[in-house]
Ligand binder design. Structure first.
Ligand code: KPL
Length: 301
């Protein structure tokens, strides 16, 4: 197969997932500029340990400015940073934008122009920043879909480009479905592991069973009303959530880590998003509210 033509990719957000894509794009022959809001920009040479344990060093441009030309913009900040990270530049972005973060609701707040092409994405790849190196800790799959302005052909083009750098990549014709499934998983695993400061796998113990069932009931009530094509029952949703807890049993969820290190959590865009939708539908969510109060984040959304 012929090598894809080299692209210039702008990545906003140089956390673990942004760097993971950056290293894979560079290895696939593309040029990567990271936009950073840090006063002191990171060093251009960045170390990477692949999933197979192969170490390499890749060279990136870190900049405070949007590059003059780029082929697409990948946004990998936390959900609550999306607005501040992208809206100052939004009017200048003519390339397609891909938003890749946990939680939902960030894109709706962006002042997008009608001509702008926007994709939403979700990934199950795992990556960890370890001292000065980025480790690819779990192989996964990325799903992309249209938010506005892209045809199926264009989606397949971006699927091909992304997938040739970091496989596997799928296109979903109703991206809301995979995003809502990820939201449901995060609504259960993230706050429980954050409150109990435990690994994802510890949620498989029977002591959490009752609370997990109550949360799933609430999640299912809301999502099944939001999305007419939602394919899950409470039982299949529970299975999906327990499968992720078991596949990531030895990991601490992103929210457990955010709480541990005193960082803002994404709860406003995860359980908070669910609660906002439930309020609109007049569905009371007692367990979800308790979790939010417990994490003392209630007034952040
Ligand atoms: O997405 C996750 C996270 O940690 O944010 C998983 C691992 C799926 C747990 O909900």
């Amino acid at each position: 197969m012929s090598k894809p033509v080299s692209k210039h990719i702008c990545i906003i957000g140089h956390g673990a997932i942004g760097l993971l894509w950056g290293h894979h794009f560079t290895a696939a022959g593309h040029r990567v500029t990271f936009m950073s809001r840090r006063q002191q920009l990171p060093p251009s040479k960045q170390c990477f340990t692949s999933y197979d344990g192969i170490e390499s060093v890749n060279e990136f441009t870190f900049s405070h400015q949007l590059p003059h030309h780029c082929d697409f913009v990948l946004v990998t900040t936390k959900a609550y940073q999306v607005f501040d990270a992208i809206s100052p530049f939004l009017a200048k972005i003519t390339a397609p934008i891909i938003l890749l973060h946990n939680g939902m609701g960030a894109v709706e707040a962006l002042p997008l122009a009608t001509y702008q092409q926007v994709m939403l994405a979700t990934t199950t790849h795992g990556a960890l920043i370890n001292e000065d190196s980025l480790n690819h800790t779990g192989l996964g799959n990325t799903i992309i879909g249209n938010y506005q302005g892209l045809t199926d052909r264009e989606l397949e083009h971006w699927q091909q480009l992304l997938g040739s750098a970091l496989p596997t990549v799928e296109v979903h014709h109703n991206i809301q479905l995979p995003l809502l499934l990820k939201l449901a998983i995060n609504c259960v695993i993230n706050p429980l592991t954050a409150i109990h400061q435990c690994k994802n796998g510890e949620l498989l113990s029977s002591e959490f069973d009752n609370q997990i069932d109550k949360l799933i009931h609430e999640v299912q009530q809301v999502i099944s009303k939001l999305e007419p094509d939602w394919p899950h029952s409470e039982a299949s949703l529970k299975q999906a959530i327990l499968d992720v807890a078991s596949a990531t049993a030895n990991n601490y969820s992103s929210m457990a880590q955010d709480v541990k290190y005193g960082r803002t959590t994404e709860i406003a865009y995860i359980n908070g998003y669910l609660l906002k939708q439930a309020d609109k539908l007049h569905i009371p969510l007692r367990e979800t509210k308790k979790l939010i109060i417990n994490l003392s984040e209630v007034d952040k959304y």
